[in-house]
Each structure stands twice: as C-alpha cells, then as structure tokens.
Design a binder for this molecule. Structure first.
Ligand code: SF4
Length: 447
C-alpha cells in the first residue's frame, strides 16, 4: 500500500540536514511519496524506515527483463496512467512473429530483415526488439530449428509461443541462460509451465480468458515462485483489448492490486496491414508493454516506431544535443557559420537540410536547455549575447577567414544585438524554416 508524505515523514530523522539534496525532511518525504526520489539518498534513514518505505515504494507494475544478458529488453515499472503526470518509463517492445510451419529457407530472409530494420530519428536508432517463435506446427523439431535460427541470426530476446510443453522445453534448452519469455501458462497448465519457467529462470506469460481468471492465475504462479510475469488477456476486438489494458493498469496503479501488477502483451497479428497498424497504435497508447507484429513492411513499422518514440520521450526532459560546433560536410575557413538551438528535433532538421544542400557549413549549437528557437528566444536563452558567448567559447573564430553568421529568420530581431556582441562579424538573417536553407545557401554562396 502506498504511504502518504506525512506517513513517510514520521519515519525520517527530522533533522533537516539537507544531505539528500532536498532542504527538509518533509520535502524529501513528499518527493518519496511521489516516487521522484529514492530513500537511499538519506544516509540517516533507520532500518524501520528502509523496511516500511522500501515495501511501500515497490513498483506497482513489476519490471521484467527478457533476452540474453547485455541485450535484455526491460518492460514494466510504470508508475503513471498518463505520460504528462510524470513520464512513461520502458517503451513498448515490438516483437516480430515467425511461424515454424514455414520453410526455414524462406524465413531466413525475413529474419535478416527484422535484424537489419532500423529507423534513425532525432539521433535515436529505432529497431525491432524481440522475436516471437510460434509453434504453429505443434512439433518439436521445426520449433527448435526456428528458435535456434532466429536467436542466432538476430541476437534478440525471444518469445517462445507453444501449447506443447515438450517443444517449449526443447526450445528452452536451446536458449539456456538467455531468458526467453515463455508463452504461456494458463489455468489448465499453470504448474507444469511454472516449473519450466523456474527451471530455466525465464519470465512467463500468464494467459486467461477473463480478468478474474487472470488475477487468480498470477496469484497461483506467484505462489509457485514465479516472479517475472507478463499478462495476456485476449479479446476478439481492439476496443475490448483497450478496455482490458486500461482496467489492468488502473488496478495496478490506483488500487495497488498485486495480481495485475505486471506488464501486458498484446497481439496485432493475422490482420490486414491497415488494421494491424491501427490495432498496434491503440495498444501502444494504452498500455501494452509488448506488441507482437507479423508484418515487416516499412510503411507499417514507421508510424509505430514514431508513435512509440513520441510517447516514451520524457516530457520533463526535452531531447537535446550537446552545445558545440558541428561540421556539416567538410567545411573550411570560408564556409558559412549557422546557429540554432540545442533542441534535438531542431538540430536534426537543420543539419539534415544543410547536408541535403551540399554546402559545407559550421553549425554552432547554443545551450537552450532543449527548447526550440522561438521558445528559447522568448525565455531569454537564445539572445544575441548568449549566441555570441557560444561562438566565442567554441573557438571557431580563429579558424575562419570569413566571419559571417547566419541566424534563424524567426529571430531576425536579435541581429543588431548580436552584431554588437560579436565585433568583426557580419550577421545574416536566414530563412525562418529549415526546409528553405538549401536554396538560401546556394543563393548566397556566390557572395
Ligand atoms: Fe532529512 Fe535525511 Fe534529507 Fe537529512 S538527508 S534532510 S535527515 S531526509
């Protein structure tokens, strides 16, 4: 049960020493209640406080790790219903499904595609996270062959889906030590599948037809000693899955209902492309920790990757790049110098357009705490004096023969202040939109 700030405060030393980097014990207690600090930050907390607060601050949704050591995928550990309340923690993992009733020679190409798929966006490489081997044949040999091939070729964590305990055990032996996710324990086979999960130290999906059965099943599995559980509550339409996911998340977070305090797996398989994308988007938004897909088409994966990245970006920490001078192409002493803010999206847009223009340039990135140009200007963080300080600190002046600085057109009003702060420089007002940089630079290259 979660403790209130006041309940936690009563357990703290109340000396207000400030060593926890919070000025008072009361303020620290409030932060602990909001789960924004760790009790370990207070060196004077008593054993009783550690015990009581530690138990109460246990994550309401269990952290589960899948895959070989070093490349595990972590899911769960979420603490909020809505991203704006704090942040979502572990992005939905995408699993690509392959069935063992298909010839391996034909699947090898698709498995290699799953391994190679990578979308690069605002400095992040977005990939498929897991591979699901589906024992459609119900036979042991083809399942093991698929598991061995997919695990070896991709190095990704595996999900083993089978109703045949013999096939599951053979696949688990093949992946010993690699923590594959077993799919699935059901009310009918809970004991035998739990025994496999314990023997091979593998996380386990609990699958049941109703919420009550699912809660009963996870309670039973926990009683048998299985800790790492993932929930599967199938439904025949996305609206029902959305409702189930929301009820599960609410029960775990609002009611601290332990039997449903686990991450969720959803399937967007066996559907036409448009339906699969729509279903998967719904599941990512609310509240799938794993979404299983069976389509490798670029146009199906692109919106999913982008949605996931947007949802799982911490709203309290704008994504930003290091403030410094970035060469674009191979700029020389006479190449133009441009400047912009350190908001990642702005940096990648501007540097991308510069690259496309083919005009080598120096790009001075100013520390704006991840704000975009106009927001930073309004907040006094992208001003003439701050840009001048960034240019001087970068040391670029000594490497140039032509001191011309191009500023974003949307902050043309700072050009005078900037020229005063940067004597010897000519300040030029560039286009307001990054997309117009190429034509602008080509027009001005002749100068
Ligand atoms: Fe209080 Fe501990 Fe923080 Fe000191 S370090 S102010 S005792 S909570």
């Amino acid at each position: 049960m979660a403790l209130t700030g006041l309940q936690i405060f009563k357990l703290l030393p109340k000396t207000n020493c400030g060593e926890c980097a919070v000025p008072t014990c009361m303020a620290f207690a409030m932060k602990l209640a909001a789960k924004s600090v760790d009790l370990a930050a207070c060196p004077y907390a008593s054993e009783e406080a550690r015990k009581t607060v530690g138990a109460a601050s246990k994550p309401p949704i269990r952290l589960v790790k899948i895959g070989p050591p070093g490349s595990e995928v972590a899911i769960g550990n979420e603490t909020v219903m809505f991203r704006h309340e704090k942040t979502f923690v572990h992005p939905t993992a995408f699993a690509m499904a392959f069935a063992d009733d298909q010839p391996l020679s034909g699947l090898s190409h698709s498995i290699a595609e799953a391994r190679e798929y990578c979308l690069e966006r605002v400095g992040e490489k977005l990939r498929l996270d897991l591979i699901l081997a589906d024992n459609v044949s119900e036979a042991v040999a083809p399942f093991v062959a698929l598991v061995r091939t997919a695990a070896g070729a991709t190095g990704r964590g595996m999900i083993l889906r089978s109703d045949n305990p013999e096939a599951l055990e053979a696949a688990l032996q093949t992946l010993d030590g690699q923590r594959p996710l077993i799919h699935a324990a059901t009310p009918a086979n809970a004991e035998s599948i739990a025994a496999l999960a314990l023997q091979y130290k593998a996380p386990l999906v609990a699958r049941a037809a109703t919420l009550d059965q699912l809660a009963e099943l996870t309670g039973k599995l926990a009683g048998l000693g299985v800790k790492d559980i993932v929930l599967d509550l199938p439904a025949d339409n996305p609206a029902a899955i959305l409702q189930n996911n929301t009820v599960i998340r609410k029960a775990a977070l609002k009611n601290t209902y332990e039997p449903l305090g686990y991450p969720i797996i959803n399937f967007a398989t066996g559907r036409d492309a448009a339906s699969a994308v729509a279903d998967a988007c719904t599941f990512i938004c609310k509240y799938a920790s794993i979404v299983v897909l069976d389509r490798m088409e670029y146009e199906a994966l692109l919106p999913l990757m982008m949605l996931r990245q947007n949802l799982y970006t911490d709203p309290q920490k704008p994504i930003q790049v290091e403030p410094k001078v970035y060469p674009v192409g191979e700029p020389g002493p006479a190449s133009p110098v441009l400047t912009t803010s350190n908001f990642s999206l702005t940096y990648f847009l501007v540097s991308g357009e510069l690259e496309n223009s083919g005009v080598p340039a120096h790009l001075v990135i100013v520390e704006t705490e991840g704000m975009s140009v106009l927001t930073a200007w309004a907040a006094g963080k992208f001003t003439g004096s701050r840009i001048a300080a960034a240019v001087k600190a970068s040391g670029i002046e000594g490497r140039l023969t032509a001191r011309r600085l191009i500023i974003p057109g949307c902050v043309a009003q700072i050009s005078g202040e900037l020229e005063e702060a940067l004597p010897g420089w000519e300040v030029l007002v560039g286009p307001a939109e990054a997309v117009d940089l190429g034509p602008y630079l080509k027009r001005n290259a002749a100068r």
